[in-house]
Design a protein around this ligand. Structure first.
Ligand SMILES: Nc1ncnc2c1ncn2[C@@H]1O[C@H](COP(=O)(O)OP(=O)(O)OP(=O)(O)O)[C@@H](O)[C@H]1O
Ligand SMILES: [Mg+2]
Length: 351
């Protein structure tokens, strides 16, 4: 056996555009990155968070495991977006059993789905900032049919799903062990993926607000498809500089407009949070996801939020063989890798 602990899992982030996989070894030297890889999936495999082309996607996952020579079958995956509801609720302090009953009896009012159609989980965040008799509880509800879809996919890929996490939590999981300072200051974690954006406002590693919306880099591709009457694949290649069918200035102009719309949306969410929380200002912003490559996004946030904005580097928490993972690869992969790495840090018996 390669690993000292039997309970390790392979982190598999199934994005709507890219899948990423990470395997981490826990040794006396800390967390050692054993494997990491990513590949673009067959376009149209995941639409609005739902798996549409399960066979294609299962094959893409198999190929990625094969190319990375990963033999471990136990995986931790995550979901997010539409079919996952995350809410912070406030309730009086009570016993564990009473809390469980309260959550299950009151959950329906917080969830826009039939309670019988969702799996519910919750976690006590701590005492309410407004009253010592109250606690904040993080409620998570995931649609059962979505979970079933992902389990079926993982089985079709010849793997075994041991943990189904939430993208935002996996991102927070890696952020927590990165060498960031000033954790007492309000920090906003942002992940702009291909089809969704996740926001998570933290103070001292405790989440104060989580929100997902449907913005993402696909908006740029869609705009180019519309304006130039192109296929998704051709537009994708043009945006990523693989072809020069479209003038780069024009791509930049479209990207900038969309990046500005992301900034406005994020600022609106931050303002809503700040106005309801004694005006505690967001001081640090940590970016991840393919959206960080879009010109003007980081700069736009810096000027609109007047905060310190940085791009996440999840590899900073790991040791690895620098010959296996070159500097240029790490730079390119850093914003895309955190969820897979956050998942790879989970253990079988994690809640
Ligand atoms: N250099 C780049 N310039 C512009 N866009 C890029 C660049 N590199 C990657 N992207 C975009 O980032 C996207 C991938 O980002 P990411 O891996 O975060 O998305 P995802 O996890 O697949 O999506 P989601 O989380 O929304 O399901 C690609 O679809 C691509 O459009
Ligand atoms: Mg993603």
């Amino acid at each position: 056996m390669i690993f000292g602990k039997k309970d390790h899992l392979v982190g598999l982030d199934i994005g709507s555009s890219f899948i990423k996989v990470a395997e981490i070894k826990v040794t006396g030297k800390g967390h050692v990155l054993n494997k990491f890889g990513m590949s673009r999936i067959t376009p149209g495999s995941i639409v609005e968070g739902r798996i549409v082309r399960v066979e294609d996607l299962a094959n893409d996952i198999k190929s990625l495991f094969k190319s990375q020579k990963i033999r471990e079958k136990n995986v931790a995956i995550s979901t997010g977006g539409h079919s996952v509801v995350i809410k912070t609720i406030n309730t009086s302090k009570k016993s564990e059993k009473e809390l469980h009953e309260t959550i299950y009896s009151e959950a329906e009012q917080y969830i826009p789905y039939d309670i019988n159609d969702v799996n519910i989980d919750y976690q006590i965040l701590g005492e309410s900032e407004f009253s010592p008799d109250q606690i904040n509880v993080l409620l998570v509800a995931v649609k059962k049919d979505l979970v079933a879809e992902y389990i079926d996919l993982i089985h079709k890929a010849g793997l075994s799903p041991k943990i189904i996490d939430v993208d935002t939590f996996a991102l927070q999981n890696i952020y927590e062990i990165l060498p960031y300072k000033n954790r007492e200051k309000i920090t906003l974690l942002i992940d702009v993926g291909a089809s969704k954006t996740s926001l998570n406002i933290l103070k001292a590693n405790i989440s104060l607000m989580m929100q997902d919306n449907v913005s993402g880099t696909d908006q740029i591709i869609e705009e180019i498809c519309d304006q130039y009457d192109m296929s998704i694949d051709d537009a994708y290649r043009a945006v990523n500089g693989e072809t020069n069918t479209i003038d780069q200035d024009k791509i930049q102009e479209i990207s900038l407009k969309i990046a500005q719309s992301w900034c406005s949306e994020i600022c609106e969410a931050v303002n809503t949070y700040q106005s309801g929380s004694n005006d505690e200002k967001v001081e640090n912003v940590v970016l991840s996801g393919g959206g960080v490559f879009v010109e003007g996004f980081k700069e736009g946030l810096m000027s609109e939020l007047d905060a310190d904005v940085s791009i996440i580097n999840p590899f900073e928490a790991l040791t690895f063989n620098e010959q296996k993972f070159s500097d240029s690869f790490i730079t390119k992969a850093s914003p895309l890798a955190p969820i897979a790495i956050g998942l790879a840090l989970r253990r079988v018996d994690d809640k």
